[in-house]
Design a protein around this ligand. Structure first.
Ligand code: B1M
Length: 235
């Protein structure tokens, strides 16, 4: 447990980041918010705070959840603390005067309520100059179709964290095929249980291991697709 009297400001960067891993583990939202602000004030980039403090902390939580040391209620608290930290970073990551390089809709598929990784991808894509429409969690194919109709995206992103929900991505892609619109979009998929072979098997354009890969892949495929000089220049 965190020490109530601990002054986060008094810690050096390394100790503060370790403390953040502990605080994330313990689901201490306010401490995470405070620590994120301290690191930013010390000149850390939002990306470094995100990856080194928050994502790494959540990785540790994930391991102990897997090993039965942490349970759903505790992990929910960790997730809330993570989201509070991400909320501070989001506008900073999205700050870019660059013209939009493309439009993406992204959602977690039906049956799945995991959204931290998907939100992280959305944030990083915004930061890279994409317009992102975040559809949230538990999206049936109709939600994707409605959003396609409404927003006319270049890219469709899907996330799944459960082995039981990842096959639903194929349902979405097959529906696009049935409607004869599959080739109108770049389809990117991601989430911890996926891999490249799965992405190929379901007919996605690419599997994205993490948010940084999602950004690189989106830029590359947009550039390939449009021969866009602009997208290449910003890659
Ligand atoms: Co869940 N959960 N969970 N969970 N949970 C996992 C996924 C699990 C692996 C834990 C374990 O080890 N046992 C396991 C799945 C096992 C399996 O399917 N084989 C599991 C389980 C079993 C469950 C429940 C069934 C538990 C239960 O109820 N008994 C239940 C399912 C609920 C449901 O969805 N229907 C459940 C619930 C929950 C919480 C609600 C408690 C919470 C979610 C809170 C939230 O998201 N708001 C939760 C969490 C937090 C996790 C773990 C611990 C962490 C996930 C996470 O946020 N990681 C997770 C364990 C793990 O993954 N190791 C686990 C951090 C995040 C930054 O990484 O999401 O991988 P990740 O995203 C990465 C990449 O994957 C990629 O980029 C991201 C950023 O770099 N990426 C994309 C992700 N989506 C992308 C989309 C793209 C591109 C890249 O589109 C282009």
């Amino acid at each position: 447990m965190a020490d109530d009297d601990l002054d986060l400001n008094s810690l050096n960067d390394d100790d503060l980041v370790s403390q953040m891993h502990d605080d994330l583990y313990d689901g201490l939202k306010e401490e995470i918010e405070q620590a994120v602000n301290i690191l930013l004030a010390r000149g850390w980039t939002p990306y470094d705070v995100l990856t080194q403090a928050l994502v790494e902390g959540m990785r540790i939580v994930g391991e102990d959840f897997r090993d039965g040391i942490l349970f759903v209620p505790e992990v929910l608290l960790s997730a809330n603390a993570m989201k509070a930290g991400m909320a501070i970073l989001r506008p900073l990551l999205a700050e870019t005067g660059a013209p939009k390089v493309g439009k993406m809709i992204i959602g977690t598929v039906k049956g799945d309520i995991h959204d931290i990784g998907k939100n992280l991808v959305a944030m990083m894509m915004e930061g890279a100059g994409f317009e992102v429409i975040n559809l949230g969690i538990n999206n049936a194919v109709d939600n994707f179709l409605k959003a396609i109709d409404e927003h006319q995206p270049d890219i469709i992103g899907m996330s799944a964290l459960l082995t039981t929900t990842m096959p639903y991505m194929k349902v979405v892609i097959d529906t696009l095929k049935e409607k004869g619109i599959r080739s109108d979009f770049i389809v990117l998929v991601g989430g911890a249980p996926l891999n490249e072979a799965f992405a190929n098997a379901i007919g996605a354009d690419a599997y994205c291991r993490d948010a940084a890969v999602a950004v690189e892949t989106a830029k590359r495929l947009m550039a390939d697709r449009q021969g866009s000089v602009q997208a290449r220049a910003q890659a």
